[in-house]
Design a protein around this ligand. Structure first.
Ligand code: ZN
Length: 476
């Protein structure tokens, strides 16, 4: 099968269908009776299902929030999982984000890279096989979600009633292939109220605030202190501290209060080690002061449990997997007030092999003894497909047949749509040199890359669903 020539034959139709999809403002909105995540996402779902019906494939709508288009026949099912909802466009575009334009060989529109372009590429791969009239060994199903950018209600609803594919991929990340994703948890350490100081403390911590999201390293922090005496000594020690740790901080005296600020460096919550956590640095300084009881308990807890290491060892949750790497701990939010005490918002990611649940049970008991509870725990288990699995081999090989790139399949600390499949990997559609414009202004995708991705998906589906190569591999 000449994948390149076939895709070239469909070039204009593919681009037309994609342009139509890009015109739909499929940002999550107010739910209505027949549109649980808003009219835009529902219209984009309908659009996809209409393409499937137009092209003579079976379609199904699931609760107006997801659906599928299916080609072929057989007992077994291969799934491709894409999404047609988009994040809000934001400001600063050179073009209208919902009036797609072709500029210098690139399509510019919200969602073209994430994930409407890749979804249409996968759709065309399936449509071409369908129109070639070849016998399928696996039914091939494009599953379309409409809530990927928010709460994944789409896949939740879908898999409640629909069949889980035997294997599949999500074209919603990068080539060559992501075969492992860490477990992702978020929780809060919440300080229990303590008895007030019996004697007048020297320094009262009124407020400390740093960070807004679990999945980002806080880049700034602010604290407000009431210093009863020796204000200049405290200021001097802050200056010494900043010099010693080479941190970027400032202070201001205001009506008897001392306000301290700290600058760090932001990073994604999956890689806290490359950032500088402004809140934790400020706590290191505060911990050296003669603080009131509550504040002292708060900073001591941080020093013992959170400061100085991001690999989970201070929480007893460190673990390393040869391919998935180590546990990572990001303290994304820190909040302290004199009245309510302190909260640390933690984003802990961990590789396959760590017994997360029993680790958390132990951790809860230990921190309870330190005056803290664990609240609002939310987690997703790690997702992993063996590197040696035929699925990984065939997809990687299909990619390498079109692109000169020996990059090995890899694992990440983040989460992709692939984790909603029982045996799924993320496969494209960003290439090695692609500029990542997802969720940004002027989101764009090269037409050459769109067609190349379609060729790769066509080869992958042809080899798996028509030729049955996954099964041949298993017999070896
Ligand atoms: Zn996406």
């Amino acid at each position: 099968m000449n994948y390149k020539a076939l895709v070239e034959d469909y070039r204009e139709r593919l681009i037309d269908d994609l342009m139509g999809l890009l015109e739909i403002e499929s940002v999550k909105g107010e739910p209505t009776g027949s549109a649980p995540v808003g009219a835009g996402p529902k219209a984009a779902l309908d659009y996809m299902l209409e393409l499937g019906a137009r092209d003579g494939m079976a379609i199904k709508d699931v609760d107006n929030i997801a659906g599928h288009i299916e080609a072929g026949e057989g007992d077994r099912l291969f799934g491709v999982l894409g999404h047609v909802d988009v994040v809000p466009p934001g400001k600063g575009w050179d073009t209208d984000p919902f009036v797609p334009e072709i500029v210098d060989g690139e399509i510019v529109a919200r969602g073209v890279q994430d994930d409407k372009g890749p979804t249409i590429a996968a759709y065309y791969a399936m449509k071409i096989l369908h129109e070639e009239g070849l016998p399928f060994k696996y039914r091939t199903r494009l599953i379309v979600g409409t809530d990927e950018e928010s709460d994944w209600q789409c896949t939740e609803a879908y898999f409640k009633s629909e069949e889980m594919p035997d294997a599949g991929f999500a074209p919603d990340a990068a080539f060559p292939l992501i075969h492992g994703e860490k477990g992702i948890s978020t929780f809060n350490f919440v300080q229990k109220p303590m008895a007030l100081d019996e004697h007048e403390p020297k320094i009262e911590l009124k407020v400390l605030i740093s960070g807004e999201r679990y999945n980002m390293v806080p880049e700034d922090a602010e604290a407000k202190l009431k210093v009863q005496q020796n204000m200049s000594e405290v200021i001097q020690s802050y200056e010494d501290f900043l010099r010693e740790v080479e941190a970027d901080g400032a202070y201001e005296v205001d009506n008897g209060f001392l306000k301290l600020s700290m600058q760090g460096r932001s990073a994604h919550g999956s890689t806290p080690e490359v950032g500088v956590n402004a809140g934790l640095i400020l706590i290191r300084f505060l911990n050296g002061l003669a603080l009131d009881n509550n504040a002292a308990a708060f900073t001591e807890f941080a020093m013992e449990r959170l400061v100085g290491s991001t690999d989970g060892s201070l929480l007893g949750m460190d673990f390393s997997h040869p391919e998935m790497g180590e546990t990572s701990v990001n303290v994304g939010m820190i909040n302290y007030t004199e009245v309510d005490g302190g909260i640390f918002g933690v984003n802990l990611r961990y590789p396959k092999g760590l017994d997360f649940e029993s680790g958390m049970t132990g951790l809860k008991e230990e921190v309870y003894g330190q005056g803290f509870t664990v609240e609002d725990l939310d987690y997703q288990l790690p997702h992993y497909v063996d590197r040696e699995d035929p699925l990984v081999d065939i997809l990687t090989d299909a990619y390498r047949n079109h692109v000169e790139d020996d990059t090995e399949p890899f694992t990440i600390g983040g989460g992709t749509y692939a984790r909603t499949l029982k045996k799924g990997v993320a496969f494209g559609a960003m290439f090695k040199d692609t500029v990542d414009t997802m969720h940004q202004k002027n989101e764009r995708m090269k037409i050459d890359e769109l067609l190349m991705a379609t060729e790769i998906y066509l080869e992958a589906l042809h080899r798996i669903c028509i030729k049955g190569e996954m099964d041949e591999d298993k017999l070896l």
